[in-house]
Design a protein around this ligand. Structure first.
Ligand code: PMP
Length: 293
């Protein structure tokens, strides 16, 4: 991914893609003092840009380091990267990490490094293919308790168990993994939040040990605006047996229907279709007329 044309914003300047390098003794690499964001631009406008920039700053603060830019500066840098690469629809990846000034667990004197990259990452499926849904394997790893890891931070270290879980799922032919939390309750997928539809009511786990996704919050609001009841509560995996529809939400995943989790099967239907359309209209991915089709 490093050998291509384009520009990456790195510590305040725009550098050619191939030259956006860091030192091998970076603290972020050795000790996971690294946080990141995932954003999408639709028709030239980044969806919920300020919330994402703020979350990057907050994620770093939770890990005890400071992003040396304001939300406004991060927003401007993000827009500059998109413009420098000539994109309109793209995925954006800001990342902030502790630098290489000292080595060891303690890193009090490191400076914070910040990079923002962007690339074209389309929603792979047309709406009809998407409606067939993906398959999830139950992960062998559990989301840690808030007193075990800084679960409110979008911290790189928290993704170690996500990569392990996703690789195992892919090896067995599934698209993604369902992660339970430390209590054995349904938590989320490896990079997206989860929703269940039971008898017309939408249920989603309380975000008390995983990321309260910006897409999750948007979809809850859109669903309520449509008149659906949305309940945030503890969800046991056994409940999938009496669930008709399941979908994932995330910046990259957008709204993605699920057709199978372990041996439970679902038929993506009216609620999945409605939330895909409403989210596309809200982000600006589709015109309201297209979204209503
Ligand atoms: N959970 C995890 C583990 C994620 O990586 C993501 C993607 N950032 C989400 C949930 C969804 O968050 P958002 O809707 O803000 O992209």
């Amino acid at each position: 991914f490093d050998d291509r044309d384009g520009f990456i914003w790195l510590n305040g300047t725009m550098v050619p893609w191939r030259e956006a390098r860091l030192h091998v003794l970076s603290h972020g690499l050795h000790y996971a003092s690294s946080v990141f964001e995932g954003e999408r631009a639709y028709r030239g406008k980044v969806f919920r840009l300020t919330e994402h920039s703020q979350r990057l700053i907050d994620s770093a603060a939770i890990l005890g380091f400071t992003v040396p830019y304001t939300v406004e500066q991060l927003n401007a840098a993000t827009e500059a990267v998109i413009a420098a690469n000539g994109f309109r629809d793209c995925y954006i990846r800001p990342v902030a990490w502790r630098g290489s000034e000292m080595m060891g667990v303690a890193a009090q004197q490191t400076t914070t490094q910040v990079a923002i990259a962007a690339w074209v990452w389309p929603s792979y499926w047309d709406p009809e293919t998407k409606m067939k849904g993906i398959r999830l394997k139950v992960a062998p790893w559990r989301r840690p308790a808030p007193e075990t890891a800084p679960t409110r931070s979008k911290a790189a270290g928290l993704y170690m168990i996500c990569t392990l879980s996703k690789h195992e799922a892919e090896r067995e032919g599934y698209e993604d993994a369902l992660m339970l939390d430390y209590r054995g309750q349904v938590a989320e997928a490896t990079g997206a939040n989860i929703f269940l539809v039971q008898d017309g009511v939408i249920h989603t786990p309380v975000a008390d040990c995983f990321l309260n996704g910006i897409t999750r919050q948007t979809v809850i609001e859109l669903a309520r605006r449509r008149g659906y009841q949305v309940v945030e509560r503890a969800i046991q995996p056994e409940e999938f047996a009496r669930t008709q529809e399941v979908f994932l939400t995330g910046t990259a995943a957008e709204v993605t229907p699920v057709r199978q989790i372990a041996d439970w099967t679902f038929t993506p239907g009216a609620v999945c279709r409605a939330m895909i359309a409403d989210y596309a209209a809200e982000t600006g991915a589709a015109s309201p007329a297209q979204a209503a089709e």
